[in-house]
Design a binder for this molecule. Structure first.
Ligand code: UTP
Length: 473
């Protein structure tokens, strides 16, 4: 090795790995290859070995053995008539630049199997606009409406950061001011084999995965994005996932509830939709020891998941759709090192490809062989003084693209997008051709510049639609 400071860093990393009984990671490392050593050293330095050691030492799921008092969360019901004051409060916040959009796009999208960042996936029913464009166009429509430039924070991962940046560059930032878009990669966690050892993906390269959407909070802090937001006067972040083309990137009513409703501490607010059925695989908002929290579907005891009230409705029906508003001060409090515990890590058994130093082979396991660690953003609710939960309508705001086919696929999302557009047009008096089962006969796509919500079509002259036609507005 020619580079002395690199040599010193490698010595330090070697000592740290020895101390943590992880020196198997050094196998196969070619010390004469400075590029390989630099990559390896940087990767190990970015990992908190003490944190990993604690996680390895703690066996079993962190959230088992739950004997806390679990009740349904309080939910702010939908109330189009009563929401005007909240809308105005939210609009004032948008106008004064107090809110930024925040997209988490660091996931691996393994279920979808798309070759590239998920945000580049063609999502809209007719023109196939990629998800990133859908959000960018919404933000531009919001900016035009409120006379502002809404900052957009976008979390990538080390695995898709370069591809995401190129996509924005190739698309000329979708017409937005590049200075208003700030991308930063999230952290990663090493996968751990059944002997508590970290693994290699290749010689000198650790097998890692993004640290979950909950990693977004510390990534905002570490990357300087939180400070950037604060310096611009941004006080709240409108959080959404990259996979939902019907999300309201910036929703005045939701923001108004977050900053002005008595049930809110303006720290963290969330949207819910009533669960489709007891078995639906979504997290559920609950009230645990007086605090709003989300329980993962796999952790909600069956008797609670199936419990009904006097009207036969599910008692625990507040399904989480991963839409939140988070206060900048709240995120700062959670991530500036003064809070005694950060978000917990959840464990999942997964198939993790690895390089076997003993044989020199790369293995793609067919069965789960390792544990991955991820944080979930909804766990931040536990730390909020009061977490407001607003009910919304599934067709209006939740059409996720997660799977290659079936539920939550591009096909189901496209159907929901058309259905939502059809409802907006019907409300405005347009007759929509529907089959005897009520399914829209044709496809409809409404651009954000035309309407951000149903009421934007009020009083507009609108085209008719014939069965089997595509309608683009
Ligand atoms: P999902 O839980 O659907 O995971 O993420 P995923 O990685 O995208 O897809 P699968 O499970 O591999 O098929 C929900 C949202 O959280 C983001 C994703 O990009 C998506 O917007 N996410 C997830 C992150 O930003 N980082 C992560 O580490 C995990």
């Amino acid at each position: 090795m020619k580079n002395e400071s690199l040599s010193a860093r490698l010595d330090a990393v070697t000592a740290a790995l020895d101390a943590h009984r992880q020196s198997q990671l050094l196998e196969g490392l070619d010390r004469s290859d400075d590029v390989m050593v630099e990559g390896f050293v940087s990767q190990v330095e970015s990992i908190d070995l003490d944190e990993i050691a604690t996680l390895i030492a703690t066996t079993g799921p962190a959230d088992s053995g739950d004997d806390r008092r679990i009740e349904p969360a309080h939910v702010v019901a939908r109330d189009p008539e009563g929401e005007e004051d909240f809308r105005q409060a939210g609009e004032a916040l948008i106008r004064e630049g107090g809110v930024a959009a925040f997209t988490v796009a660091g996931g691996q999208g393994t279920r979808l199997g798309w070759n590239g960042p998920k945000g580049t996936y063609p999502a809209t029913p007719i023109t196939g606009k990629p998800l990133f464009r859908v959000f960018a166009e919404q933000l531009s429509a919001i900016d035009a409406r409120y006379g502002t430039v809404t900052p957009w924070y976008l979390m990538t991962s080390p695995l898709n950061d370069a591809d995401t940046r190129s996509f924005f560059l190739d698309n000329n930032w979708f017409g937005r001011d590049p200075d208003s878009i700030l991308m930063f990669p999230q952290g990663v966690m090493p996968a751990i084999d059944d002997d508590g050892r970290m693994m290699l993906a290749a010689p000198g390269v650790l097998a890692v995965n993004p640290d979950g959407h909950g990693g977004s909070l510390r990534a905002l802090q570490r990357s300087g994005a939180l400070g950037h937001a604060r310096s611009r006067g941004v006080r709240h972040l409108s959080y959404f996932q990259v996979d939902n083309p019907t999300v309201r990137t910036i929703d005045p009513v939701f923001l108004g509830l977050h900053v002005g409703h008595p049930d809110s501490s303006a720290e963290m607010s969330s949207k819910m939709v009533p669960k489709a059925n007891a078995a639906e695989k979504v997290g559920v908002f609950c009230r645990i020891d007086g605090r709003t929290e989300v329980i993962e579907y796999s952790d909600l005891p069956a008797d609670l998941a199936e419990a009904t009230d006097a009207d036969g409705r599910l008692r625990f029906n507040a399904g989480s759709i991963a839409i939140h508003v988070l206060g900048v001060d709240f995120i700062d409090r959670l991530t500036n090192g003064s809070t005694e515990a950060g978000l917990p890590f959840h464990r999942a058994r997964k198939k993790v490809p690895y390089w076997n130093p003993a044989t020199g082979e790369s293995i793609a396991p067919t069965e789960p062989n390792a544990t991955k660690f991820e944080m979930f953003v909804f766990d931040a609710l536990h730390f909020a003084e009061a977490g407001l939960v607003q009910e919304t309508d599934r067709v209006e705001e939740f059409a996720p693209i997660k799977n290659a086919e079936g539920t939550d696929s591009a096909v189901s999302s496209s159907g929901l997008q058309t259905e939502r557009a059809a409802r907006w047009l019907e409300r405005a008096g347009v007759e929509i051709p529907r089959s005897s089962e009520g399914v829209v006969e044709g496809r409809i796509e409404i651009a954000a510049a035309t309407a951000l919500e149903a009421r934007d079509l009020d009083g507009r002259s609108l085209p008719q639609m014939n069965a089997g036609e595509d309608l683009i507005l």
